[in-house]
Design a protein around this ligand. Sequence first.
Ligand SMILES: *Cc1c(COP(=O)(O)O)cnc(C)c1O
Ligand SMILES: *[C@@H]1O[C@H](CO)[C@@H](O)[C@H](O)[C@H]1NC(C)=O
Length: 395
Amino acid sequence: MSENFQPFPHFSTDALHAGQDPEQWNCKAVVPLISLSTTFKQEAPGKHSGYEYTRAGNPTRTCLEACFAAIEGGKHACVFSSGLAATGTVTSLLDLDDHIIAMDDLYGGTNRFFRNIGKARGIKTSFADMRNPEHVKKALTPKTKLVWIETPTNPTMRLVDIKAVAEIAHAYNADIMVAVDNTFTTSYFQRPLSLGADIVFHSVTKYLNGHSDVLMGALMLNSTTLYEKLQWHQLAAGAVPSPFDCYLVNRGLKTLAVRLKQHQHNALTLAKHLEGHPKIEKVIHPGLPSHPQHDLAVKQQRGFSGMLTIYVKGGLKEASTFLSSLKVFTLAESLGGYESLAELPSLMTHASVSAEERAKLDISDSLIRLSVGLEDIEDLIADVNQALDKAIPSD
Ligand SMILES: *Cc1c(COP(=O)(O)O)cnc(C)c1O
Ligand SMILES: *[C@@H]1O[C@H](CO)[C@@H](O)[C@H](O)[C@H]1NC(C)=O
């Protein structure tokens, strides 16, 4: 498996400069200013600079949104106070009795949102195994307004053919919004808009910020009509991030490309090491030829992030001892930061998914999700080896 993927053209230049032109500030600041002011002076009533009140718009936020649109290959971007606030905003565009088709293997919080909050608002969600795009065709109804894709999924790394699903949904009804959660792979390695999606979703909290110190969500898109609706929701519902958080994310973005290359290298190296390890039952990484959808991964993505899923031999006891014995990896939820993290989805991130659903998705008590960070790979391999030795005695 080669790591010599061709990046999208201009990615790093956009991540460094889009929306950051020093000419926009009187002082010509190279680094975007943090504009903490909640309100902006008007020349005459209703005659303003483009900014009135920070919930509606803020200069530091504008810089970040312009940069996000550019790196995703889109026209527009809107940021929100968390990933789930962004999911909630997309769902707010739907009416009573409208219908969502979602991937059946979803981030736990997205699953909980559709099942509970969506349902309470009178929106029905069907969950489909979109590995087969025909399942989407079967689930479509005249009330379907949103198709929510996550690929690769969390934590079992199932892939969805974005182009095939978008074509099926739009052939049925061109007004259906096809949204793709691109958190795992990021705009550096996957561009859903170019594959026919209408909206790209990111939990910015993860790789885009990359330093585990900001909670934020983003939506990137090309349709100006849809963008105006989302912007209206930023103003009317108010789930917007602070200017300081926008500044931090903008700073994190500058190293996205170099971080992702190293995440990819470390995760693939560890995946290959573990695939031959006698104390490991199974390794799931879309970059390994053993992954059942490896061909789709290579076709649809330009590379892989630091996410890696393993099944240790044994059950809950072995998995728990393994996790408590790690010294370089930290036992914690979340992913996509510079630091390596490990977690047990069945008791942590996916505890809100019913036991029955988890069984269907192969999320067993021996499944461990690793977010492989930027430490030296030798130290990561040694750490996993020593924890496996503590958890599982050699025969
Ligand atoms: C974390 C995450 C979310 C939710 O985002 P928050 O920023 O935590 O609200 C959604 N999808 C995926 C894949 C995630 O990892
Ligand atoms: C989206 O908009 C961008 C910027 O205008 C453009 O380059 C791109 O081709 C558009 N993508 C699609 C899929 O229409």
